[in-house]
Design a protein around this ligand. Structure first.
Ligand code: GLA
Length: 388
């Protein structure tokens, strides 16, 4: 494992100590988009792109952070007042630090070197990967053993409260609970999941459009507010509901008069996406990959037309996918407004798919996309020096 030995060396050069090393994966979501903050269902898989955190203790209560990507240092004094966010990479590890302390974990001072290979801005959860890797590293070197579900919640809270993005829990959860060769059917209300095997006959192929539009985070928070507004209005006639998870397609149709056109479209996406995700899970259990692919196609159309979080580049990448051989399904993945698509491709055609879609996308846009043929990976954990 080359990465582990190089990160240990870099750490030694910078901080003069031998670190422990933790890593946390990014993720791709197969279906169930924007459902997590509606208490609904999602189907993510962790992928073999990791954020690595090397850590060793300090005598004082300072955390010194170094990012390899940004060649930049930052830090926080745990004995002083909490700092304010700076809108930079360090908000993620510092946000997580403050959450762990706030939850009663007494952290030791430490030096941390952070290195990530999760593509940034691609909708593959580089943020969750850095949060989770940092949280695990800090907790374990302070002798704390929080439950993984609690860690996922604390990382999500760090992003909500310190970074300012009102994300749901899917990314942090799967980064901690991912399983090799499996996707997770995650119930975002109960935080229970079912592992679903991805058959060897298909590959998860991720196409990175290489664009990320500026409005992404602002629009994300708006969508969430739209969903909350839908619940407030529908609760006047459906008093038992707590989230759009609790609303059936029939109830939504019956009471659509209570909603504006825009809020209705948002709610219709969520309610139908939950049903599609459950049906996709049933299809996977039954080995019916074509049916799974149909649900992916519907999901993309719904995200494009009802939830309005797609963009020209994502739509193009999906259209191009359907022109290739061996494609069962294709859709945007993650928050949207750029980033990546997920394609379920017959394993025999994955290599050809990669080559042809890259050429076609470059021809149309002038941008050279990155295409990754992925396998579902294990969730976050420590690495042992015997792994080197
Ligand atoms: C981002 C968020 C997740 C989820 C997705 C959309 O990745 O971090 O919580 O809401 O968008 O499904």
């Amino acid at each position: 494992m080359r990465q582990l030995s190089t990160i240990v060396e870099r750490f030694r050069d910078r901080f003069g100590a031998v670190p422990r090393v933790y890593r946390a994966p990014g993720r791709v979501n197969l279906i169930g988009e924007h459902t997590d903050y509606n208490d609904g269902f999602a189907m993510p898989a962790a992928i073999e792109f990791y954020c690595w955190v090397a850590i060793s203790p300090r005598e004082d209560r300072k955390l010194c952070l170094y990012s390899e990507e940004f060649s930049s240092e930052s830090g926080v004094d745990l004995a002083a007042d909490a700092p304010a966010p700076t809108k930079s990479w360090s908000d993620y590890p510092i946000g997580v630090t403050l959450q762990l302390e706030g939850a009663g974990f007494h952290l030791r001072g430490a030096n941390l070197l952070i290195e990530s290979e999760v593509p940034m801005g691609a909708g593959l959860s580089s943020s969750a990967a850095i949060e989770v890797a940092t949280a695990l590293a800090l907790a374990e070197q302070s002798g704390a053993k929080p439950e993984r579900v609690q860690l996922a919640r604390l990382c999500q809270k760090a992003e909500n409260e310190f970074v300012g993005a009102r994300v749901g829990i899917m990314d942090q959860f799967v980064s901690l609970h991912g399983q090799k060769d499996h996707a997770l059917l995650l119930d975002c209300r109960s935080l229970t999941f079912e592992s679903l095997a991805i058959p060897d006959s298909v590959k998860l192929v991720i196409s990175n459009t290489m664009v990320k539009h500026e409005l992404a985070s602002g629009e994300y928070n708006h969508r969430r507010a739209d969903c909350e507004e839908a619940v407030r209005r529908l609760a006047t006639v459906l008093p038992g509901i707590r989230a759009l998870r609790d609303v059936s397609p029939e109830q939504l149709e019956k009471h659509k008069g209570l909603l504006t056109d825009v809020i209705y479209k948002r709610a219709l996406h969520i309610v139908s996406e939950n049903a599609r995700t459950l049906d996709a899970a049933a299809a996977l259990r039954a080995g019916d990959i074509d049916r799974f692919g149909k649900r992916m196609a519907e999901s993309h159309r719904s995200l494009r037309d009802l939830y309005e979080v797609s963009c020209m580049e994502l739509d193009l990448m999906v259209d191009l996918a359907y022109q290739q051989k061996g494609v069962h399904g294709a859709r945007m993945t993650g928050g949207g407004f750029g980033g990546a698509t997920i394609n379920l491709v017959d394993a025999r055609f994955a290599g050809e798919f990669k080559e042809k879609i890259a050429k076609a996308y470059q021809h149309e846009t002038g941008l050279l996309p990155q295409i990754y043929i992925c396998k579902p990976a294990e969730g976050a954990g420590p690495l042992l020096s015997s792994d080197v």
